[in-house]
Design a protein around this ligand. Sequence first.
Ligand SMILES: [Zn+2]
Ligand SMILES: [Zn+2]
Length: 354
Amino acid sequence: MRAWAVVENGRPLEEVEWPTPEPRGTEVLLEVSHCGVCHSDLHIWDGFYDLGGGKKMSLSDRGVKLPLAMGHEIVGRVAKVGSDAKDVRPGDLRLVYPWIGCGKCERCLAHEDNMCASPNFIGIHRNGGYATHVLVPHERYLIDFGDLDPALAATYACSGLTVYGAIQKVMPMPPDEPVVIIGAGGLGLNAIAILRALGHKRIVAVDISADKRQAALDAGATGAVDASGEGVVQRILDASDGRPVLAVIDLVNGSATARFAVDVLRKGGRLVQVGLFGGELTVALPVMVMRALTIQGSYVGTPQDLRDLIALAREGALPALPLTTLPQCEANHALDRLHQGHVTGRLVLKAEAV
Ligand SMILES: [Zn+2]
Ligand SMILES: [Zn+2]
């Protein structure tokens, strides 16, 4: 097999030849057809996350080893199955749930693999889809996506699931209660689409970019608020019936957005933090108590969340994100484009043979 691997942090990916793995037991070997390029790949490539205040979280301390084929938004065709894999056959086209755990702990046995304390995420802790082949430990991580566009289906494994998982944390809510979405880039537009598909009626998008605010309104947001300058809190309240809100999903999650996200919450309100922009938040502790606030982080979603999201997409309820496909061998170029911010929607790498 061939891979486009991180050999050294921050250095260009290298095209490498590795022995093609033989699936054993429950394992399934897929030939990768599509792989989305995610913003978090830039952090994995760099080798750290910015924690704010000059502090960094090193990924090698968290079990990421090089060389690594990144890529966690994977669609592929089953090439070979282990002797205990009964439900898939060579030739089947499948979406991969990449957020797998140890397979043995309470959370894994409860099918909440993404919450496992010993993650074994595909494309982060083990080789992923920037490669011709990927080995998946169990067929239960493979999802049939019917006649959805495979390039689009791939993006649901991270960008779609991340948003879906966060939305599950603020639901159920009356459809007319405003949900505030901070960040109207790719994830934000996805959030608006999913909320609408779930029947939600009031969505207020917040962004510094006028173009992105317009895109949010075009996608069905009922309000759009400029996040730059003074008075952001008041503008959000004005767009939300003039009163504090029950739910904010912060897809940026930097020091500035987290500040106004907390400040617009109503008694009993919930802030779900999703973005990895970096920074810190100081909250007066009595305020947490007296306003009975919840601040909750959200990291991707469960295998069932991904199946539910795919079912929603297969019903035709979700408009397609703008996608740009590039040949798999241009993984470096794709990362550079993302790094420079020259990407609308999602970049998806596509195998030559597809
Ligand atoms: Zn991702
Ligand atoms: Zn586990």
